[in-house]
Design a protein around this ligand. Structure first.
Ligand code: GUN
Length: 283
């Protein structure tokens, strides 16, 4: 079975659009998401465009601020301070990665925690690991929604996560753990990775290397979630971290690239923006 994140996210976005349509009468305005893009990395430009498009579909106001890669850290922090102070901004997202001369951690920490729609602020990260209410990072949240929608049982299963990034690997591991999976986190230094991944009932791959996971690394009947977005070096087309052609023969459930995790990430960003808006309206 191929799980379509595209279909599930379309349904969820339609539900959110209906919810948001009632906001002007109730609250006097719609949620407002501010996205900051620094530089012109093609991947980042395409993500930011996707976020603006989804915002329009859901009825969320979107302001995308584009700045040249040469922007100083102080200037960027100044923009964030303005957005923090702006009562009509509910969510702030700084597209990552940032140019090397900018301290990413400092920028993330500068965002008002209540407007941190990415769930990357240190206080949100701490809250996640302490099982306190928090904004969940979009990609991990989207992955759990996909698994639930596909009817995949998580409790008691062996989940193996390939990759340990702050954006995906670590938080998705925590969400799987909270769902009572037995979780193994693997990375570039893991010895005999194939032996570990072959033990996975649920395999989440977020390593950022095209077609890195091959059929021999996957147990027959496993559930495979491919978070990768890469260019296939052979064809130049978009491809995941999983060799779909081979692995889909062995997996019971698999996500495609594109059309799998990617749309769910954006969908969860919309959900997080609405959550931040509603929390602010309640205050
Ligand atoms: N770059 C890759 N994924 C993400 C994400 O989820 N949020 C932000 N802000 N940048 C990213």
């Amino acid at each position: 079975m191929i799980i379509s994140g595209k279909e599930l996210s379309a349904k969820l976005k339609a539900d959110m659009a209906a919810e948001v349509a009632a906001f002007p009468a109730k609250y006097g305005r719609v949620p407002h998401l501010a996205v900051i893009l620094v530089g012109e990395d093609p991947g980042s430009v395409s993500y930011v465009t996707g976020k603006a498009k989804a915002s329009a579909e859901v009825g969320i106001r979107n302001t995308t601020i584009r700045k040249p890669a040469e922007i100083t850290e102080e200037e960027l922090l100044g923009i964030i301070a303005e957005l923090n102070a702006d009562d009509e901004v509910d969510g702030i997202l700084v597209q990552l990665p940032l140019p090397k001369h900018i301290d990413e951690d400092r920028v993330i920490a500068a965002i008002d925690r209540a407007k941190d729609v990415d769930g990357f602020h240190p206080q949100n990260v701490a809250a996640l690991w302490q099982k306190q209410p928090c904004t969940l990072p979009c990609t991990p949240k989207g992955i759990i929604k996909l698994l639930r929608a596909a009817g995949v049982e998580i409790e008691g299963r062996n989940a193996v996560v390939v990759g340990r990034s702050n954006i995906v690997g670590l938080p998705v591991s925590k969400l799987l753990l909270d769902a009572n999976a037995t979780v193994t986190i693997t990375h570039s230094r893991t010895r005999d990775l194939g032996a570990v991944t072959r033990g996975a009932d649920i395999l989440v791959v977020a390593i950022g290397r095209p077609k890195f996971v091959t059929a021999d690394m996957v147990r027959e009947g496993a559930v495979v979630i491919d978070v990768g977005v890469n260019r296939d070096p052979d064809t130049g087309r978009l491809c995941g971290d999983v060799d779909f052609a081979g692995v889909s023969e062995r997996a019971s459930v698999i996500t495609p690239v594109p059309g799998g995790v990617g749309p769910m990430t954006i969908c969860c960003l919309m959900e997080n923006t609405i959550e931040c808006f509603l929390r602010r309206m309640a205050h």
